[in-house]
Design a protein around this ligand. Structure first.
Ligand SMILES: Nc1ncnc2c1ncn2[C@@H]1O[C@H](COP(=O)(O)OP(=O)(O)O)[C@@H](O)[C@H]1O
Ligand SMILES: [Mg+2]
Length: 349
């Protein structure tokens, strides 16, 4: 039974009955009117009820079912639906479908974020544990007597310090990532002289490279070359890539940094590459290498003070520039990281 139809039909009947009775008494006197009125009323009741059922029942049921589904977080498939009646009920149905689609999208977006958070916190606590426990171990050993042992006391303090440094770089990198992800760190594009940025970074990393017996070589880069980019962020990208190229290199190895353009594409883009002669990355790792905390060899990366966030930051920055990051590598031969930038000379004319 469709209750709304019943109510409308009953109400209509009541009105019709009253009207007929009044008109009847006014025009025909009293005898025959009552019978006819009752028959008419019953007919009106059925006519109205049936019409209402035909018009509403199917669609009202659909609305209720869809609301139930929504309530139970069951999202129906979104095959294109039809709204042939084009009245208010169809409007409600259409809006309901739209709303359900929006809620579904939002629901899965929040779910994805929640999973991301969970993974992130899991990874993070794992990453924090290692240096903290190491520091605890060294300090305890020192307190328990090693402090008086000149053979090891300095050594242990240095080791503890190294872990403190790791915690610091982890925190710095995390803050950097958080700022990039929340959009707090805005990417502001300006025309920057690429060569001087490269030279500046190379100069700052020279000491590290010498320490690892790795040679940094800047291939010829046009001094007039201007690119459209965020200077600080591109500097960060170069630091992270060149640091990796030094860290995951071999003694006596080299790192080449340079640029090239692709005339086929009208020189619109400048590609910057960092090519090393290091240990390389196995093909199976390459697709995941830019994920945060992903490392091919955890112990080696940790020894070298890595946080596993460097490439995640690089990827964020390159994406914020709407540019591309490429990785090519061969195990034991070396790796080339490259990324594109907008050639500013062509923009300013
Ligand atoms: N130039 C490279 N050669 C070989 N492996 C690399 C190179 N760059 C990065 N990797 C691998 O990718 C991982 C992730 O790099 P990154 O995000 O910078 O973290 P981290 O350097 O802190 O370990 C490294 O641990 C290393 O296994
Ligand atoms: Mg790194």
């Amino acid at each position: 039974m469709l209750r709304v139809a019943l109510r409308v039909a009953l109400l209509t009947c009541a009105i019709v009955l009253v009207l007929i009775l009044i008109l009847g008494f006014l025009f025909f006197g009293d005898q025959p009117v009552l019978g006819i009125s009752l028959v008419t009323t019953v007919l009106v009741f059925f006519a109205v009820y049936t019409t209402m059922v035909l018009l509403l029942k199917k669609r009202l049921t659909r609305i209720l079912e869809e609301l139930d589904d929504l309530n139970q977080k069951r999202f129906f498939d979104h095959e294109p639906r039809e709204y042939p009646d084009d009245d208010e009920i169809d409007d409600i149905l259409r809006r309901l479908d739209e709303t359900s689609f929006t809620i579904e999208k939002e629901f899965y977006r929040l779910k994805r974020m929640e999973n991301y958070r969970k993974d992130f916190i899991g990874d993070l606590s794992h990453e924090l544990k290692t240096p903290i426990f190491a520091i605890q171990g060294f300090v305890e050993t020192l307190i328990n007597g090693a402090l008086e042992d000149p053979e090891v006391n300095r050594e242990f303090l240095k080791k503890a310090m190294r872990n403190v440094s790791r915690l610091i770089s982890l925190t710095n990198n995390l803050m950097e990532i958080a700022k990039l992800e929340t959009g707090e760190l805005k990417t502001t594009l300006s025309e920057i002289p690429l060569k001087s940025v490269i030279l500046e970074v190379v100069e700052n990393l020279q000491f590290k490279a010498e320490h690892e017996q790795v040679q940094l070589i800047v291939d010829d880069v046009d001094s007039d070359l201007m690119v459209l980019a965020d200077r600080n962020q591109i500097r960060q990208v170069l630091i992270n890539l060149i640091e990796n190229a030094i860290k995951y290199n071999k003694p006596g190895g080299t790192v080449h940094i340079g640029t090239f353009m692709t005339p086929q594409q009208g020189n619109k883009k400048v590609t910057v590459y960092v090519r090393d002669t290091g240990i390389g990355i196995e093909a199976k790792h390459i697709p995941r290498i830019t994920e945060r905390f992903y490392r091919t060899d955890k112990s080696r990366a940790r020894d070298k003070g890595g946080t596993g966030l460097g490439l995640a930051i690089v990827k964020h920055i390159i994406e914020a520039h709407n540019e591309q990051l490429h990785i090519e590598s061969e195990s034991n031969k070396g790796t080339t990281f490259s990324f594109t930038l907008q050639n500013a000379a062509l923009i300013s004319g």
